[in-house]
Write a protein that binds this ligand. Structure first.
Ligand code: PRP
Length: 207
């Protein structure tokens, strides 16, 4: 299932990302904010688990998200700023990293680093700003499915309708939240109008 978040705050932040005068520091800052807001939305149905804590006058049980059951997986490198803010929200959650690079000629993604811990029974939340052809995300989801998580959620900031269709057809069982579905995938396999390459924008590189 794909959910585009329609909130005006989300749209405003995404559109600031598009502007070329948004420098790398502000770009990463906006990505932090968006990831946090999207995690808030994506976890709105989480069942709270009772946990006893000591408060000012007694010991009592209160409801908390079972953050030890959450595993955030960032797709490097553009997903890095996203994981910083969501793990600040859930310090007991664990983190994994999957590095992928899209070959600019074949447009196929290649995995060059896999540091994903045990996923069995966990809620895995994938973090990658962009879904262009959808190839990178489909591959990342396949890698994680082999590790038998209870649930996979994907948080993405901007995507093409074509790429999102690919992900939905290949992995109809995951829930993908996206801040902005743009007009199309252009002939160079870039999201149009898009925001450029999120990794380059975040880290001041080209290509
Ligand atoms: C970007 C982006 C996604 C991928 C999307 O990463 O962060 O991972 O491309 O493209 P796709 O949907 O066509 O697979 P990129 O390969 O540019 O690497 P980077 O994060 O290091 O910039």
């Amino acid at each position: 299932m794909i959910t585009e978040i329609k909130h005006p705050v989300i749209k405003t932040l995404v559109n600031h990302l598009r502007a070329v005068d948004t420098d790398a520091l502000r770009f990463r800052h906006i990505v932090h904010e968006l990831a946090r807001l999207m995690a808030y939305e994506a976890l709105s149905d989480e069942v709270l688990k009772k946990k006893e804590i000591e408060i000012w006058n007694s010991k009592r049980a209160f409801g908390f998200i079972d953050e030890e059951n959450l595993l955030f997986v960032s797709i490097l490198r553009a997903g890095l700023p996203m994981i910083e803010s969501v793990t600040a929200l859930f310090p007991q959650a664990s983190s994994g990293f999957l590095a992928m690079k899209r070959d600019e000629k074949t447009h196929q993604s290649v995995i060059y680093y896999d540091r994903i811990p045990e996923c069995k029974g966990k809620t895995v939340i994938l973090l990658d700003p962009m879904v262009a052809t959808g190839g990178s995300l489909c591959d990342a989801i396949s890698v994680i499915k082999h590790k038998e998580p209870a649930k996979i959620i994907s948080l993405n900031l901007i995507g093409s309708p074509e790429g999102l269709d690919v992900v939905e057809h290949k992995h109809p069982d995951i829930h993908l939240y996206i801040a902005q579905i743009d007009e199309k995938l252009d002939s160079n396999m870039f999201i149009y109008p898009g925001l450029g390459d999120a990794g380059d924008r975040a880290y001041n590189t080209e290509g």
